[in-house]
Design a binder for this molecule. Structure first.
Ligand code: PMP
Length: 404
């Protein structure tokens, strides 16, 4: 049975060219970039600097504005906590959107415990933030606005340039989490007026364990890892040289090939979207219809539970994701979060059917034949789930009696 990977939003396969670029940095160049008096350290430092320039170029940033981290979670923690602590005042205020990743939302918990107030701006039914709401939420003590560039679960791209302009006009730092979007859609830190941008290599065909935070020149941050003075004091610890080299290679490839990927993935995404819209009843697409990540198709099906859909898809060789339905490890959130995806709830999906979301996220290696296979298999899976669903059977009974 063919295996179809439609879960690139959770991670992407390493590009073989990236692997080849990394290979020498496991075996031949093993030096520590901080110990660069000798050749080994020099070679490692040179490789890290070259990767820094490539990552910077993907964002139109300066190489001196890139801080390498272990990934998006660390970058988001550094951005949010680091900026709040650097503001150095008691209390203070942060504005975030209702659909941020837990690595932003949960990073706010210790800050709240220290007296920082947080305003969460809502999103509309397409998952979009209204920049006017951000403007309205900013106060005289606001230190930071954090709104992601695109949402993993529903694919919606946010109006970050407008939000960045508002933040700049009001003298507030602007952070955007570009984990889901970097390497896939254009991201120019100058155009969007960002002060802080989170990136993750494994989301654009690079290695896991490598990420970066763009820190605009002059922005103060308090390091969240105490130790040596690597990464200009923003992030202590010996650099993950092979990972960083891989991130640089992946950034270079993404910059060169993004346009081509975008064209192909939008076409494949449309084929998938149209195919399932025509073949599955009671299906609701989520996210913005056009301002969305290429190759990202997300939806929920009435009376069909998301996790069950995923399991049946996997049995049929199709790998996808379910809108973070059972986030049972949430800290500091209320009971309801244990069953409902916060993102789906934020866009107003009724909570009794909130567990039904599926995210298909396509990658550069996917084909039309794979899309057609998914379109042909999905209706049968949904039908089987309906046959097992008491709520669907009730609905059918009501319909037969003319009540639905
Ligand atoms: N931000 C966003 C928008 C994400 O989707 C994710 C998860 N892929 C993260 C941050 C955290 O990424 P990671 O688990 O790779 O650190």
């Amino acid at each position: 049975m063919a295996r179809i990977f439609f879960d690139h939003i959770s991670t992407s396969p390493l590009d073989p060219r990236v692997f080849e670029a990394m290979r020498p940095y496991f075996l031949e160049v093993y030096g520590n970039p901080s110990s660069h008096i000798h050749d080994q350290g020099q070679a490692a430092l040179k490789a890290v600097d070259a990767a820094r320039a490539e990552v910077a170029s993907l964002l139109n940033a300066g190489p001196g504005e890139i801080v390498f981290t272990s990934g998006a979670t660390e970058s988001n923690n550094l951005a949010v906590k680091g900026a709040a602590e650097a503001a150095g005042r008691k209390g203070g205020h942060i504005v975030v959107s209702d659909v941020e990743h837990f690595s932003v939302l949960n990073a706010l918990i210790p800050l709240r415990n220290r007296g920082v107030e947080v305003t969460t701006v809502p999103v509309d039914s397409d998952g979009k933030v209204d920049p006017g709401d951000v403007a309205g939420a900013i106060r005289s003590d606001t230190m930071l606005v954090s709104v992601m560039q695109a949402n993993s679960e529903i694919g919606t791209i946010q109006p970050v340039a407008e939000i960045g302009r508002i933040a700049r006009e009001r003298g507030v730092l602007f952070h955007t989490d570009a984990t889901a979007s970097a390497g896939h859609i254009p991201l120019d830190v100058r155009t969007i007026g960002a002060d802080l941008v989170t990136l993750s290599a494994h989301n654009f065909y690079g290695p896991k364990g490598a990420g970066a935070l763009f820190v605009r020149e002059g922005v103060a941050l308090v390091s969240q890892i105490d130790g040596g003075f690597q990464e200009r004091g923003f992030r202590a610890g010996t650099e993950n040289v092979p990972g960083i080299v891989g991130m640089g290679a992946a950034a270079g490839i993404a910059k060169r090939e993004m346009g081509e990927w975008d064209f192909r993935l939008r076409r494949l995404g449309k084929r998938l979207w149209e195919g399932i819209a025509a073949s599955v009843d009671h299906l609701h697409f989520t996210g913005h219809p056009s301002d969305r990540l290429p190759g990202h198709v997300s939806f929920w099906v009435e009376y069909a539970e998301g996790e069950s859909l995923l399991l049946f898809l996997n049995v049929n060789g199709i790998m996808a994701a379910s809108g973070s339905a059972c986030s049972s490890n949430l800290r500091g959130h209320d009971e309801e979060d244990l069953v409902a995806s916060p993102v789906l709830r934020a866009i107003g999906v009724p909570s009794d059917i909130c567990t039904g979301s599926i995210t298909f996220s396509l990658g550069k290696g996917n084909t039309e034949a794979e899309v057609d296979e998914v379109v042909s298999v999905l209706p049968g899976i949904v039908k089987r789930l309906w046959e097992m669903s008491p709520t669907y059977l009730d609905y059918q009974k009501q319909k037969a009696q003319g009540g639905a």
